[in-house]
Design a binder for this molecule. Structure first.
Ligand code: BYC
Length: 473
């Protein structure tokens, strides 16, 4: 296998697709369905072409090319990271055995489930972001939105390739179903909660790319450890693209906080609504919402599913090879968040294997905190005393140990009545959402930017901020 993509083929790939005519034909017959899904559910704003990155190689250097591409002609390809010769399974009961090139019969349905769940999130996010182009704060931001969208489309291709190549007829059926479920649909919604929420404005978009894409980073990190080598290699390459999505979220919120802080200090006020910006309390509420729905994406605090996935070698831990233990965990214990017998929010010790969702979530929480620290530094540097915070893990949860209770962002348990009365202090209200939406007026003029966000420090691929990143139709 070479690392470079073959762009002479209908479906660019580095998996020698031409050597397997049946698979090639099957994927070529899925391709028009993907394209019609993209036309009807992908970015709604008509464009002529967009300055986009396209993956061309999976090697360390020069893996992507930049250029103007009509989005419909984007070359969605199939790329697996280079094979690591002699790769051995790193954890679970098969630790030390050679990694698998095929799917072992006994793990077929679990592996398919993991791949389908992963695959389902990718088109879901494109659907959620479909209408954002109409209100982009600048051409730079518009281009980043489209970059994220086309790459999520490619990540769908990555999972569809695995389904077609390794799961026969049920794999092909699952690949079709990935295009039929839709975000927010009542009849056939997307599988995971956060992917049925709306992304109606750009504050939500940046929060989503910060918090929800970051779940993607951590889940892909665990699947990269998988004993099933094609899954491992595809996730490794997806993580490379994912870094840009993280950057979009992190710097997007940086820039909103920066703009708000500047207007607060210049005008000596906490209330920036009169200046067309987003006040810190509203930013905090959006943060609370997106963080808490993203915590739900890790599943329950304790889970037999995750224990089974780990033991079987299907899904590892974040940075598995840096952990200093036996990588089997059969005799280990782990503290997880729980509701105690008295109904208090506390912790309890469980078998380490069943606590692995909590283990991953903790890595994620620490990473989320680093963004909050960055935004607080922007506030501190502006001489402001206000700070943003991550809410408590029990706040606004719909999955896991705290799904049945209500808690404040500080982690105090609340009665249903208290929650009803006070949730508007912590989650975006209709008034907040209407205000944020009122700010979402498109700025599609080269070099210009909306009043509620600061310009970025750097453009894309060495280009300036005022580059014509998108040519509208
Ligand atoms: N909503 O044993 P449990 C990304 C289900 S994001 C609805 O507690 P488990 C991206 C669960 O499926 C990354 N249902 O947890 C980001 C199970 O159902 P079954 C996506 C939920 O199974 C931005 C039952 O509840 N990738 O890439 O250990 C843009 C009991 O579950 C939810 C993955 O998630 C929920 N929030 O963990 C674009 C990786 N949570 O099986 C892309 C693959 C749980 O009993 N998925 N349930 O019918 C997994 O590893 C696991 O399925 C989960 C759940 C982490 C999702």
């Amino acid at each position: 296998m070479t690392t470079a993509a073959d762009y002479t083929e209908k479906i660019p790939n580095n998996v020698s697709l031409h050597e397997d005519r049946r698979l090639q034909r099957a994927l070529e017959s899925w391709q028009p369905n993907f394209l019609s899904w993209w036309e009807s559910m992908g970015p709604a704003l008509p464009t002529r072409d967009v300055y986009l990155r396209t993956a061309v190689n999976v090697g360390r250097d020069g893996w992507a090319q930049f250029g103007f591409v009509p989005m419909r002609d984007y070359r969605w390809g199939i790329f697996l990271a280079e094979r690591e010769p002699g790769r051995a399974i790193g954890f679970g009961e098969h630790k030390g055995e050679p990694a698998w090139d095929r799917v072992p019969g006994e793990y077929r349905s679990d592996l398919r489930r993991l791949i389908v769940v992963q695959g389902d999130t990718e088109p879901a996010s494109v659907e959620q972001q479909r209408n954002l182009g109409a209100t982009a704060p600048s051409l730079y931001d518009l281009r980043n939105l489209f970059q994220v969208n086309v790459e999520e489309g490619r990540h769908l291709w990555a999972m569809v390739y695995l389904l077609h190549a390794y799961f026969g007829r049920d794999g092909r059926e699952e690949a079709e179903a990935l295009l039929h479920r839709n975000s927010g649909s009542l009849e056939s919604p997307r599988i995971l909660g956060a992917f049925n929420e709306e992304t109606p404005d750009w504050l939500s978009f940046y929060m989503f790319t910060y918090f929800t894409d970051r779940d993607g980073k951590y889940q892909l990190g665990t699947l990269k450890e998988s004993a099933f080598d094609p899954l491992s290699r595809t996730c490794e390459f997806m993580l490379k693209e994912e870094a840009h999505h993280m950057m979009v979220g992190t710097t997007g919120i940086d820039r909103i906080v920066e703009r708000t802080a500047r207007l607060m200090t210049e005008n000596d006020t906490d209330d920036v609504t009169g200046h067309g910006a987003i006040g810190l309390p509203v930013i905090q509420k959006y943060l609370n919402f997106h963080y808490s729905v993203s915590l739900d994406l890790f599943g329950g605090e304790t889970s037999t599913n995750v224990a089974n996935y780990y033991t079987a070698g299907l899904k590892g831990r974040w940075l598995e090879d840096r952990r200093r233990d036996d990588h089997k965990l059969t005799d280990d214990a782990f503290m997880v968040d729980t509701l105690t017998e008295d109904g208090d929010i506390g912790q309890t010790e469980v078998a380490a294997l069943t606590g692995l969702n909590t283990d991953l979530r903790r890595e994620y929480v620490a990473d989320c905190q680093s963004g909050v620290n960055r935004w607080n530094k922007i506030l501190a540097d502006a001489g402001l005393p206000q700070r943003l915070r991550l809410p408590h893990v029990a706040f606004n949860r719909k999955v896991g140990a705290f799904a049945g209770i209500e808690a404040s962002p500080a982690g105090e348990r609340l009665s249903a009545d208290d929650w009803e009365q006070r949730q508007g202090e912590w989650l975006p209200t209709d008034v907040d959402k209407t205000y944020v939406r009122s700010l979402m007026q498109p700025v599609h003029e080269r070099g210009k930017i909306a009043a509620w966000i600061a310009p970025p420090r750097h453009g894309i691929n060495g280009k300036p901020f005022d580059y014509d990143y998108v040519h509208l139709a």
